[in-house]
Write a protein that binds this ligand. Structure first.
Ligand SMILES: [Zn+2]
Length: 85
């Protein structure tokens, strides 16, 4: 009977350790996507209108210019239109 209890305790400990390891693995996997692409997040481009630096994938592109928001893209285009006339 004592042997059975020891075996039960070992199984229980192994299960608890496995669960803890799984949880740790899951939480680190959840954090990894941002860590997996550090070069992509580091690439920033300045907004052609306000010079604010925004990540390339978040910036709005128009020709060779990048913008932080649609409003600035519109304003930049309006300014360019005035300059061209
Ligand atoms: Zn801007």
């Amino acid at each position: 009977m004592a042997r059975f209890l020891v075996l039960l305790a070992i199984v229980w400990l192994a299960w608890v350790a496995w669960r803890g390891w799984q949880r740790k693995r899951m939480s680190s996997a959840a954090k990894n996507p941002s860590r997996a692409t550090p070069s992509a997040t580091r690439l920033v481009v300045p907004c052609a209108y306000c010079r604010l630096h925004v990540p390339t994938e978040e910036a709005l592109h128009h020709g060779r210019h990048a913008f932080c928001c649609q409003d600035h893209r519109q304003r930049f285009q309006e300014n360019q239109g005035k300059r061209d006339q």
